[in-house]
Design a binder for this molecule. Structure first.
Ligand code: NAD
Ligand code: DAU
Length: 357
């Protein structure tokens, strides 16, 4: 069963100030096939940056509402659902960084599992509720050897606290669909890259370090493989699933772009050198092989034939075009980079909202 677009009047986006969420909100307003309101609930953790959406906030003031808050705050969530008559949810909010989950898993359990639970409960209580779409990851499937790909039927085998918390939330979402007939869909996506990504993740970290002539850390032997997808391709897939995806179904999303980490780092080095011209130290010389991440998954690869066959989605960008766009975005958005690097964006949040964690 699919639900028509006409049902979506008041969409709750969680985590809309993060990397993918902010790209999605931008995408939705720029698509012109959505005329409802977006309510963005975001706690503004270190990864949430309202600067990502300042222009959107101004341009679409009548249809875009921002609410700072925690998805695991049960009463706030209930209030929001009532106040804005929420009829659909697109759930991005999460602690998203694997290295952080290894050092300090607490907030991953709280946000990713408990937070998702409260959103599901609130959705269940709504009278006219059409869709709960949950954004998940390929990491729930574990680690691949040199051969094979993850399909929607691959059993879950999460291997770090982040992926275990995301797997738990996926199970909860499916359980609410099965037990209470909540209209749910789930998408599991591979590694995203593109504008507005926080520079703790591999691609922006390498771009910015190369520009600043800092060491470029590569974990272990650098031969771990990820399947890269440009972020707007992910946004397009999510919106298609929300509009046309079958209730109760899961869709894998991937880039069909498997690369060893060291290859990605080499490509970025060459792109950066090309963009900033000749200089004494080629960026490749800055590469340092450092201690591996504990329990580091070796390879991810997504089979996305289901979304391709059912909904006609496939990535528009390839890695060459996507990485060029990404390097250029970081070069052209020095103010954003500076604010994130220096923590200046946190000052803005403090001025607006008082003390921050
Ligand atoms: P991100 O870390 O950039 O952003 C997360 C956002 O969630 C931030 O704005 C943060 O402030 C907000 N948030 C965190 N805890 C919250 C809470 N308790 N209440 C409300 N808001 C909270 O993450 P991202 O990379 O944009 O990922 C978004 C989603 O996509 C996550 O669910 C992640 O698991 C999933 N995902 C990410 C990737 C990727 O490559 N980045 C790939 C597949 C799936
Ligand atoms: O696969 C989807 C997942 O991709 C998402 O669910 C996560 O939210 C997102 O953070 C991302 O997880 P990864 O751990 O794959 O992303 P990260 O950018 O941290 O690392 C990518 C690869 O690069 C990984 O094999 C680890 C390696 N790496 C990472 C960093 C930060 C390095 O070699 N050096 C580094 O400094």
């Amino acid at each position: 069963m699919t639900h028509g677009l006409q049902h979506y009047h008041n969409v709750l986006i969680t985590g809309g100030c993060g990397f993918i969420g902010s790209n999605f909100i931008r995408y939705l307003f720029e698509q012109h096939d959505f005329s409802g309101k977006l309510i963005n609930l975001d706690l503004l953790t270190y990864a949430g940056n309202p600067e990502n959406l300042l222009d959107i906030q101004q341009k679409y003031a009548e249809r875009y509402i921002f609410q700072r808050g925690d998805i695991s705050d049960k009463s706030l969530v209930a209030q929001l659902f009532e106040k804005y008559d929420i009829d659909s949810v697109c759930h991005f909010a999460a602690e998203s960084h694997v290295d952080r989950s290894i050092k300090q898993p607490d907030s991953f359990i709280q946000t990713n599992i408990v937070g998702t639970f409260h959103l599901l409960e609130a959705s269940l209580r709504q009278k006219n509720f059409y869709r709960f779409h949950h954004i998940s990851t390929d990491e729930v499937f574990g680690s691949l050897g040199p051969e094979g790909v993850f399909t929607e039927e691959t059993p879950y085998r999460p291997r770090n606290p982040y992926s275990a918390s995301k797997a738990s939330s996926d199970h909860l979402v499916r359980a609410y669909g099965n037990t209470y007939q909540l209209p749910v869909t789930i998408s599991n996506c591979s590694n995203n890259y593109g504008p507005f990504q926080f520079p703790e993740k591999l691609i922006p970290l390498i771009i910015l370090n190369a520009l600043e002539k800092k060491p470029l850390p590569v974990y272990g032997d650098g031969k771990h493989v990820r399947d890269w997808l440009f972020v707007t391709d992910h946004c397009e897939a999510i919106w298609l699933i929300m509009k046309q995806g079958r209730i109760g179904e899961t869709y894998n999303i991937g880039g069909m772009t498997e690369r060893e980490n060291i290859d990605i780092v080499h490509t970025i080095c060459d792109l950066v050198d090309d963009r900033i011209g000749q200089h004494s130290t080629p960026s490749r010389k800055l590469i340092r092989f450092v201690q591996d991440r504990p329990g580091h998954d070796r390879r991810y690869a997504m089979d996305f034939r289901k979304i391709k066959n059912e909904l006609g989605w496939k990535p528009r960008e390839n890695l060459d075009t996507g990485l060029k766009k990404t390097v250029d975005w970081y070069l052209m958005n020095q103010k954003w980079v500076e604010q994130v690097r220096t923590g200046e964006y946190r000052k803005w949040i403090k001025d607006q909202y008082g003390e921050i964690s």
